[in-house]
Design a protein around this ligand. Sequence first.
Ligand SMILES: Nc1ncnc2c1ncn2[C@@H]1O[C@H](COP(=O)(O)OP(=O)(O)OP(=O)(O)O)[C@@H](O)[C@H]1O
Ligand SMILES: [Mg+2]
Length: 375
Amino acid sequence: MGALLRSLEGRRVAIVVGSGGVGKTSVSAAIALSRAMEGGRVLVCTIDPARRLATALGLDSLGNSEALVPPEAFARSGLAPRGQLHAMMLDVKRTWDDLVTRHAPDAATRDRILGNRIYQQVSGALAGSQEYMAMEKLYELSTERDYDLIVLDTPPTAHALDFLEAPDRILDFVGNETARKLFAPALGAGRFGARILQVGTGFVAKTLSRFTGSDVLSDVGDFLGQFQGMYDGFKERASAVRSLLTRPEVGFVLVASPSALSVDEALFFHDHLRTAGMPVAGTVANRVTRELWPYPEPVPGGVQLAEALGGSGQGDPELAARLASTLAQHETFAHADAREVERLRRGAPGPHAAVPRLEGDVHDLSGLAALARHL
Ligand SMILES: Nc1ncnc2c1ncn2[C@@H]1O[C@H](COP(=O)(O)OP(=O)(O)OP(=O)(O)O)[C@@H](O)[C@H]1O
Ligand SMILES: [Mg+2]
């Protein structure tokens, strides 16, 4: 077992973060698979997995429901887990709905919010919504279920901070900060709700109603009013969710590709996690091009290469030349990758895994097992 998996051994939650396309979903599933192979009861909560990976995990059904990866699926890949692997897909909209249901003071309020068109349009699309709902779901799962390990895949954030700031953004939204600014001229100070309609003289309200009709405006008013009543509940919940992220049984796994930009991003995230007191379990450099030429001197030219490899040098000199130049080019890529991997290791000391670029995509259980062997 590699250093990263060992570092996760004592933990109950792994949160896999990194910039877009670096391999978060694959690494999350591989970590979960590996713990299940060792005998754990594991859940991986994925976000928008590639179709084939979803199928391999038995995730063709709806989101937000946990499903056991069937033993036959393992058998087909020649794997015999000692534990259990469960998988689910995060459904952002349904997680929002659950939150509203949890905080609404009564069934009537709940139904009014869930049926409100502004809520339906805005909730899923809000900046930070996916990130926060992932954390929210994690909180729910970790407090209400008894998995040995929950692995949380995270959405492709453009910037690491988007993830950490997501709770604040959602609270701003629930607390109507944005709307307060937008509608302030129309409403004056104080509470909103139906008053939007009564005032109706402000520029924003007037303009809006001209474009949208007053029923939409009443939806806005309704929405703002109802949500404001739930602010305290949301706030309390958000702070519980945030404090979960600082517990020692949690471990963040930072995934990066061996490119300057991605490593910068991972190091930036690493610093912020440290500052925020959130435990880092380790780093992963994924899809690393490996060096093939094991000697300190540079790759020689065609004929010399053929000789160095033990041939007589009498074969096809053109082919030998082409091979030599391909190898030299490969080594250039590999060296560049090695430099970035080293930068990641130094900048974020601790358990580290370098996963080579595997052949083909990682879209089935054997692919995940192959990836896990490098963690
Ligand atoms: N080590 C690897 N070798 C080869 N292919 C890989 C490797 N890791 C991941 N991949 C492939 O790269 C693609 C992106 O991986 P993945 O979906 O895990 O990234 P992601 O970070 O979750 O992306 P997103 O940010 O869009 O959610 C997938 O097709 C996956 O199969
Ligand atoms: Mg993904």
